[in-house]
Write a protein that binds this ligand. Structure first.
Ligand code: ATP
Ligand code: MG
Length: 453
């Protein structure tokens, strides 16, 4: 009753789901069928041939309507996971609580989800109202109401080329508005990660956030603290890899969502060099993503947390620790502080450590050291990181140029570079080195895996 009253006041649509969707044909929705992947068509067709309903759903439909080639295709069906699995040669049921099916064609993975039901009132929740488990299957209109935003709740049938729109998604796409389905407060309480998703989609798509969708976020932001850190990490990673990382972080700050999420946003953005460094790092990440180049999460987080490492590095040295062990201690402290909130995966943590540990080694431009560094598995990432530091004015640009020449040079050119005395210092803001610890300098573990190039 009260909810109904509130909804009426807010002008929010009833959240039990509109049973009758708007149905749009090819002329009305204008989707270019060429943007659809053959595998998505294969999956929907196979399910439909077996007598089930099957649609491309969610982000893929949104992107198709925006004329963008979707990066992946999710499929929604009324077939159960068991029924779906039987229809494909390489299909795996994933997840314990709410099972979904991964259908593989070569490297291509499609996620097939059975329509979810709307019995959330009975679902187990934590003391803040966050839904802990929800594993009921339901009807298509119920599935639609469970989705987050109007623009993410549309279904496309490749066979008939029709779009089913249950919540005014088409109108919102045309108006470029991001609007949550249902009562915003309720939806954020059920799943606080939706607040981060608001930011990501608004920034990535360049959409305005509907007032009612945006209004409760600042006050409800602390609910993110109750979400398991692995999930927050996944969402942060999506945000940072969205190709609009910079815009996303600005939006996070605007919505008051940055507190405690990434401590660096609280503290570091107050320091001009750090702000410049992070801005450059994110801008270069966005650029790489737009150019279709890979980006390593380790590099990104190493950049985001670098100025905290610098601060602690200086402090440990001031307390009498040698430079290299001090750097390792600083890295430990920063990584440990993050695990609470972000649950950085081990591989990412070790990549970050490598990138940081390489930085003082770039300053030793004598003897065999530069040759050894060139062979480091993560050299490219460490070098890119060094260039960012130069660009941000944290260290002398000369050192970056020297390494660019050294990496590109032949044997003679390298010898000449080593013979020519590098300009003194190179590290304007590097903490004073009180001692040397050669062995520690070379203990940077060579983590396997992708470099930043
Ligand atoms: P992207 O292009 O970044 O993958 P997406 O919209 O496809 O965007 P996903 O995280 O892949 O985002 O989710 C797929 C779909 O599942 C969404 O479009 C939405 O319909 C639904 N969804 C995902 N997360 C939530 C959530 N937290 N609450 C409600 N619905 C969600
Ligand atoms: Mg998706």
């Amino acid at each position: 009753m009260i909810n109904k009253f509130i909804r009426k006041i807010l002008g929010v649509k009833k959240s039990t789901g509109n049973k009758n969707p708007l149905v749009l044909g090819p002329k009305e929705h204008g989707i270019d069928p060429k943007l659809l992947s053959n595998n998505a068509i294969r999956v929907t067709q196979t399910l439909q041939d077996a007598g089930y309903k099957a649609f491309v759903v969610g982000g893929a439909v949104r992107d198709l309507l925006l004329g963008v080639k979707p990066k992946d295709f999710d499929i929604a069906t009324n077939a159960t996971p068991e029924q779906t699995k039987k229809l494909f040669r390489r299909a795996f049921i994933i997840g314990k609580r709410f099972q979904i099916v991964h259908v593989m064609f070569g490297q291509d993975l499609l996620e097939v989800t059975t329509f979810r039901g709307t019995t959330l009132a009975d679902a187990p929740k934590d003391e803040h109202g966050r839904v802990l488990r929800d594993n009921t299957f339901g009807l298509q209109h119920e599935d639609a109401v469970r989705r987050d935003f109007t623009i993410n709740a549309m279904y496309y049938d490749p066979a008939t080329q029709t779009v089913l729109d249950y919540h005014g998604g088409i109108a919102d796409i045309r108006k470029k508005i991001l609007r949550i389905i249902g009562v915003p407060e309720e939806r954020y309480r059920e799943d606080p990660v939706r607040m981060l998703r608001v930011v990501r989609f608004a920034a990535r798509l360049g959409f305005n956030i509907d007032d009612a969708t945006s209004a409760p976020i600042e006050e409800m932001a602390p609910l993110i603290n109750n979400v398991p850190s692995a999930r927050v990490f996944d969402e942060m990673l999506k945000l940072l890899m969205s190709g609009q990382a910079l815009a996303c972080l600005m939006q996070l700050r605007k919505q008051g969502l940055h507190h405690g999420l990434l401590p660096l946003l609280d503290v570091v953005l107050k320091q001009p060099v750090a702000t410049k460094f992070i801005t450059l790092a994110l801008a270069s990440t966005d650029k790489r993503i737009h150019e279709g180049k890979p980006v390593s999460p380790g590099f990104l987080f190493a950049a985001l947390l670098w100025h905290q490492v610098l601060e602690k590095w200086t402090a440990y040295q001031a307390a009498g620790e040698y430079a290299i062990p001090a750097l390792h201690l600083a890295a430990d402290a920063v990584l440990e502080a993050q695990t609470d909130k972000l649950a950085l995966q081990r591989k990412i943590g070790s990549d970050m450590r490598d990138i940081w540990a390489m930085q003082p080694r770039f300053e030793r431009r004598t003897g065999k050291t530069p040759y050894k560094l060139l062979e480091h598995l993560r050299f490219r990432a460490g070098y890119d990181f060094l260039l960012l530091r130069c660009e941000a004015g944290e260290i002398d640009a000369e050192i970056g140029r020297w390494w660019t020449d050294f990496a590109a040079g032949d044997a003679d050119q390298r010898e000449a570079l080593l013979a020519a005395k590098p300009a003194a210092g190179g590290a304007k803001k590097r903490p004073a080195r009180r001692g040397r610890n050669r062995s520690a300098a070379s203990t940077a573990t060579a983590a396997s895996g992708d470099s930043n190039e």
